[in-house]
Design a protein around this ligand. Structure first.
Ligand code: NAG
Ligand code: NAG
Length: 383
């Protein structure tokens, strides 16, 4: 058959004359997909959505050719389902424990829907699972400890649900690079972390306790730490800013009480770019050593209880600092001349402190300083 028109005609006839395509999918996978769908409220499945296309009496999910009917949201490898990536249609339902029957699943993404109820522990038996994305749903209850058995897991995104309880110990997950459980109701301390994590995001939970060196020991790939809007306490110790790969740190809106920052060793190529420690209870002097981090462009320590002068080092020649938010503390003395001179290149705020000669004409000083009475009280009997 060299005539391409004839070939496609024959192919077309084949498709329309055999509408019942022979079943090729591994039967347990088809059954698990059907169970998955039956746990979703039919009224939340729009006719044009992916889940509406899951009609396995009309089409086998892994069947070829996929011309007459295409099962959207499902990817197969041979006769096995390896991926479910649902569209975001506001599907309302629970995640059936039968999901674990999809034993060859590599990726499960149900993001931006309205799934509710528990994350089934049975999920831990999907041993090939690399990506689990349940973000922006209404899952509740604990993060199952059994997730720690998903040894192939690389991405875990549980953000924006209503998960509660303690975060389980996930330190056994050697392949996990991204962990995001932000915007949930998690409590308790930070557990030991997976060894090869790049991104840790647990923003807006109710986590507490201090950041211990043992949680972070050996986390040599950690680039992003986003722990703002929690209830962490204690002091940040100098090892923290010397984590080997660290670039971005956001610890704003916690209850950290103190900070120690030591100068990076000569052979240490710090990539630290941005630090946000705003809205904590940090006391003492501002660490001048932040100026020794060669890549640090943004430093925010607004609304703490720092006192004493602004370190002149922040505006020393060659300083990379371009954003400097020091407002809402008890800083006193004169702002470093170099800083005011560089106000064109440096954005931020020095307002709401106890500074003298912070000219309101400078963009950095446009917010007024604290009233004298408050500053006198803050420094009464103290330097
Ligand atoms: C599924 O497909 C069959 C065969 O094409 C059809 O008769 C049936 O109405 C479909 N079911 C749904 C729920 O669309
Ligand atoms: C620091 O965090 C606070 C609180 O979340 C936020 O308002 C502020 O914009 C952040 N500052 C910078 C420079 O990112």
């Amino acid at each position: 058959m060299s005539n391409p028109k004839l070939t496609s005609l024959v192919f077309f006839l084949f498709v329309i004359s055999f509408p019942t395509i022979e079943s090729t999918t591994f039967p347990a996978d088809t059954a698990a997909l059907a169970a998955f769908k039956s746990a979703v409220k039919p009224s939340s499945i729009p006719p044009s959505s992916c889940l509406a296309s899951w009609n396995f009496s009309a089409a086998d999910p892994c069947g070829v050719p996929r011309i007459s009917h295409f099962t959207c949201g499902v990817t197969c490898s041979g006769n096995r389902v390896v991926q479910i990536t649902l569209d975001s249609q506001g599907y309302v339902g629970t995640l059936t424990p039968a999901i674990s029957k999809l034993s060859q699943l590599i990726a499960l993404d149900l993001g931006d829907n309205s799934f509710y109820g528990a994350i089934p522990s049975s999920i831990s038996s999907i041993t090939n699972l690399e990506t689990l994305i349940l973000r922006v749903n209404s899952f509740s209850g604990p993060v199952p400890a059994a997730i720690a058995k998903l040894s192939a897991l690389e991405t875990l995104d549980l953000s924006r649900n209503q998960l509660s309880g303690h975060l389980p110990d996930l330190s056994s997950l050697a392949g996990l690079t991204r962990l995001d459980a932000s915007y949930n109701r998690l409590t308790g301390p930070l557990p030991s972390l997976p060894p090869n994590l790049h991104e840790l995001a647990l923003k807006a939970n109710s986590l507490s306790g201090s950041l211990t060196k043992s949680s972070f020991a050996g986390k040599n790939r950690l680039v992003v730490i986003e722990l703002s809007e929690n209830s962490f306490t204690g002091a940040l110790e100098s090892w923290f800013f010397l984590l080997p790969a660290i670039q971005q740190v956001d610890l704003a809106n916690n209850a950290f009480a103190g900070i120690a920052v030591s100068k990076p060793p000569a052979n240490f190529n710090s990539q630290l770019v941005a630090v946000n420690l705003s809205y904590n209870n940090m006391e003492g002097l501002l660490p001048a050593t932040f100026a020794d981090f060669p890549a640090l462009r943004s430093l925010a320590v607004s609304h703490n209880k720092f006192r004493g002068p602004i370190p002149w080092q922040y505006s020393k020649k060659g300083s990379p600092l371009r954003r400097l938010y020091l407002d809402g503390n008890y800083l006193n003395g004169h702002p470093p001349a170099g800083l005011l001179a560089a106000a064109e290149e440096i954005s931020g705020s020095l307002g709401d402190n106890c500074l003298q000669n912070c000219p309101v004409s400078s963009g950095l000083c446009s917010t007024p300083q604290k009233p004298n009475s408050i500053c006198q009280q803050a420094y009464r009997g103290k330097p």
